[in-house]
Design a protein around this ligand. Structure first.
Ligand SMILES: Cc1ncc(COP(=O)(O)O)c(C=O)c1O
Length: 407
């Protein structure tokens, strides 16, 4: 256990790490480590000899030695060079890290495995959280493993696959006629009313540590170098903040074989882009976005309590924040799935749109090494698009002209 303390991201106030913590002034806490000790205890070779999962990073995770790890086998995800995706925009070095292969089909399992391990370690028996979809499914699955009760609140138009998976793991799930922030208020109230620990994004310090493994993992996969640009679909921002933290920790450990840090890009839809607006106006905090609408549910987050941490990561990394055309997300999902053969989710499709925009603005150069995260499996969203396939009646003559016309 190399954790030294928890620290308020807002004002640096310190908190002990050996008890259950939440937020400070309703803003998130960082987990801090003794990185000198980590460097003395762990080598890159040690890491390579360990199982290829998130727990190989144990020294950089907050879990005490005696804690029981709640895991569903979070294996390393593939890092794939895609020739086809950047080609049309004149880009030769585009990569995808495919998080859809993780348990419950999204990157949310990284954060949930660590957060629920910590909650269980501190004796939590009940959790509550709001979700855009994937976090609810992942929380339900891990809570089940930990024998915890799990309450999930989600907007009523959440993809049916997400609703179903939440129930199938035995959680109690509720549809709310509002957005994720309305669901968040109910999850917060469940603490007082029902003694449920609030596992909302960044309302506890450990989901971010799990998400950090995306950054640690990709550094090792790239041979301890880093991409020039990372495009990340940004909702609550845990992934982007976590990765930036990972890169800074790796640099402090002296493990990076490059001084070049990636430029972090927060990608949002123009139907919900509070971070882009705040970035453009140079503000420290984002204003709540009114009438948020996007079919990329995971980035339909009108207000994020880690807004200032997202903006700090973007600014420190000389990155940017960009809003893409909501009307195009469906089309980009189709195009990028066809081109890559992967099951691309709409949040990631927004990043594909951003790739084109940023290349056209010369913000991305032709040979820049660009990394896009496929944060979830596109298959989890299909029902919500009401896919209607033409029907064939086996009692009637088959209409081959119709079939040929579909080719
Ligand atoms: C598929 C998908 N992509 C991206 C996001 C946004 O993630 P973050 O909270 O790390 O910004 C979410 C969050 O729900 C998601 O489900």
């Amino acid at each position: 256990m190399f954790v030294t303390e928890l620290e308020s991201a807002l004002d640096g106030t310190k908190f002990p790490a050996n008890e259950l913590q939440t937020t400070h002034k309703d803003r998130p806490l960082w987990v801090r480590y003794d990185l000198e000790k980590v460097a003395a205890a762990l080598t890159k070779d040690d890491l390579s000899n360990r199982p290829a999962d998130i727990w190989r990073w144990r020294e950089l995770l907050p879990v005490p030695k005696n804690a029981k790890i709640i895991t569903l086998n979070e294996r390393i995800t593939s890092l794939i060079k895609t020739e086809s995706l950047g080609k049309d925009f004149g880009l030769s070095n585009v990569w995808i890290k495919d998080e859809s292969t993780l348990p419950t089909g999204s990157f949310k399992s990284r954060g949930m495995s660590v957060a629920i391990t910590m909650a269980a370690h501190f004796g939590v028996k009940r959790i509550a959280l709001p979700t855009a979809g994937n976090a609810g499914g992942a929380a339900a699955a891990y809570a089940r493993q930990a024998d915890m009760k799990c309450l999930v609140f989600m907007p009523e138009d959440t993809p049916v696959a997400n609703q179903y998976e939440t129930l199938s793991y035995g959680a109690s799930a509720f549809l709310v006629n509002g957005l994720i922030n309305d669901c968040g208020k109910i999850a917060a109230a469940a603490r007082e009313k029902l003694n449920c620990f609030n596992l909302s994004t960044l309302k506890e310090p450990y989901r971010i540590e799990g998400k950090k493994t995306m950054g640690l993992e990709l550094a090792q996969q790239f041979g301890w170098t880093l991409p020039d640009v990372i495009l990340y679909p940004t909702g609550g921002g845990t992934g982007l903040i976590g990765m930036w933290k990972a890169f800074k920790e790796l640099r402090a450990l002296g493990w990076l074989e490059t001084d070049v840090m990636p430029r972090m890009v927060a990608v949002q839809s123009d139907g919900c882009c509070p971070i882009v607006d705040a970035f453009k106006s140079g503000e420290r905090f984002a204003r709540p976005f009114q009438n948020a609408k996007t079919i990329a549910w995971g980035i339909r987050v009108p207000a994020a309590i880690g807004d200032f941490m997202i903006l700090e990561a973007i600014n420190e990394s000389h990155g940017t924040a960009i809003a893409v055309d909501e009307k195009m997300i469906d089309e980009w999902t189709k195009i990028s799935s066809e081109k890559t053969g992967l099951s691309i989710c709409p949040e990631t499709a927004a990043c594909v749109g951003a790739l084109e925009l940023l290349k056209n603005q010369n913000w991305i150069q032709p040979d820049d090494r660009v990394l896009i995260f496929n944060t979830a499996s596109g298959q989890k969203y299909k029902d919500s698009k009401k896919v209607e396939l033409p029907k064939i009646n086996i009692h009637e003559e088959i209409d081959w002209e119709m079939i040929e016309a579909s080719l």
